[in-house]
Design a binder for this molecule. Sequence first.
Ligand code: FES
Length: 90
Amino acid sequence: MSTRPLPETVTVTIDGTPSQAWAGQSVTAALVTAGIWPLRRNAVNGQLRGPFCGMGVCMECEVTINGRPDSRSCTAHVTDGMDIRTAAHG
Ligand code: FES
């Protein structure tokens, strides 16, 4: 029986707070694991929104990653030192 190595643990910043995540996991997974939900507000009516499709189609998971707004968190992968900003909490 073979065992798979554990993923590397890295530090990201979520809305200014350091948090642990696994390198390569989706940013959505890192946010949900850290208890962050929802992730953004609707630009028209301010309604809180969160990931829906998990595959880059619905745009409901958009956050700011390393200063780049409107980044889909479900298709972005965590890297060490990543700065993640949500519109719902930040
Ligand atoms: S959850 Fe739908 S685009 Fe990310």
